[in-house]
Design a binder for this molecule. Structure first.
Ligand code: KG4
Ligand code: ZN
Length: 347
């Protein structure tokens, strides 16, 4: 059997990452190393990611990141079969930094270059961690994306529906900003929600009146602002408990919407496929324990298997890029020095 060893690079948002993934034949792939340098401190003063600062930081850190990933894997460049890199979608400066770095390594070593769609990276993670067979139903939920996909192959995805405005991670981040909680908002809102009363504030459940699996999250922000201002005006400011209750109400609405839309996505899937799918979730928001357990519940109700990668492979990382590159490479795909960085690249 053939062993393939791939170095992956990721720099499409605010994490600089490099990883080495190895697969022996069709056995479960191994993550030999996965290094992630976050940039939270660089952006925290601005209340959001500043693309120019992100791009510079990626350009500075990528080589260190690659060195650490190789060192930790115990391998050298000459042990690799190919180099995979996120070629989009994402912040163009960062994507370019990664693509240039990968091209440099490829030019110097002669290693084949494989461009990877960041979203395909997230969507294939369940195969990296759990050897899930095609086809399966994927919920991709991150700071920039929210969609239901049928994954049929490494480059074969059917979109069943998705958000018509904000992504859920974006909604968590905005909620945190509106309540003065630290960024990224997901973990801080979740922590507050755990001590809050989800029933005190009634948030809307957008788009549940529609039979499809499209979603909308921007209305939650408006609702939050209105409730926050009302409480603040009554009491001359917000208490810790008010904040926690707002977080709990907001999170409960997101959980309800994602749970119900997942039920509809499974139904849609069954209209065209004979067997109940395995449902997989990935993307940064998949780190949310309330969302995970909501999805678990609906899946067990419908007899669908549910899988979620470990948290460090749900958020942005390069192991998923190395693995998606490995699948493409195995299928005979390869890119040349004309590989371009793409800000937009739908699956
Ligand atoms: O996949 P990711 O690392 O980056 C991309 O957006 O591609 O996802 C980051 C997003 C952020 O919006 C962050 O607030 C959210 O995932 N997130 C969470 C949690 N942890 C991270 N959202 C809800 N609950 C969490 N525990
Ligand atoms: Zn991502």
């Amino acid at each position: 059997t053939q062993t393939l060893t791939i170095l992956g690079l990721e720099s499409s948002c605010d994490d600089t990452a490099a990883a080495v993934v190895q697969q022996n034949g069709d056995s479960l792939p191994k993550v030999l190393s996965s290094i992630v340098f976050g940039q939270n401190e660089l952006h925290s003063a601005y209340g959001g990611i500043v693309p120019e600062i992100a791009a510079r930081a990626h350009a500075e850190k990528l080589d260190v990141c690659v060195r650490e990933a190789l060192d930790q894997s115990g391998l050298t460049l000459s042990d690799l079969d190919a180099i995979a890199v996120t070629a989009g979608p994402g912040l163009i400066g960062g994507v370019l930094s990664g693509v240039m770095c990968a091209k440099g390594i490829s030019a110097a070593t002669g290693l084949p270059l494989v461009g990877v769609n960041h979203l395909a990276g997230h969507a294939l993670t369940p195969r990296l961690t759990d050897a899930i067979a095609y086809p399966y139903l994927m919920l991709l939920v991150s700071g920039g994306h929210c969609q239901y996909l049928i994954a049929r192959g490494p480059e074969d995805f059917t979109r069943l529906g998705g958000t018509i405005d904000d992504a859920p991670g974006e909604a968590f981040d905005k909620t945190a900003r509106l309540l003065g909680l630290p960024q990224p908002g997901g973990p801080s809102v979740q922590a507050e929600a755990e001590i809050g009363d989800p029933k005190r504030f009634r948030f809307p459940r957008p788009m549940l009146d529609r039979p499809d699996c499209n979603l909308s999250f921007s209305g939650l922000k408006t609702a939050l602002m209105r409730m926050r201002d009302q409480v603040a005006a009554e009491k001359n400011g917000l208490t810790r408990q008010d904040r926690a209750d707002l977080c709990a109400g907001f999170q409960a609405a997101v959980v309800d919407v994602l749970t119900e839309k997942t039920r509809r996505a499974i139904r849609l899937y069954l209209e065209e496929n004979p067997a109940t799918p395995t449902v997989a979730v990935a993307g940064g928001v998949a780190a949310n324990t309330a969302i995970r357990s909501g999805l678990e519940t609906v899946c067990s109700e419908l007899g669908a298997a549910f899988t979620a990668p470990p948290l460090h492979l749900c958020t942005d990382n390069a192991a998923m890029i190395a693995y998606a590159g490995l699948e493409r490479f195995k299928a005979g795909a390869c890119d040349g020095m004309d590989l371009t960085a793409r800000p937009r690249w739908p699956l």
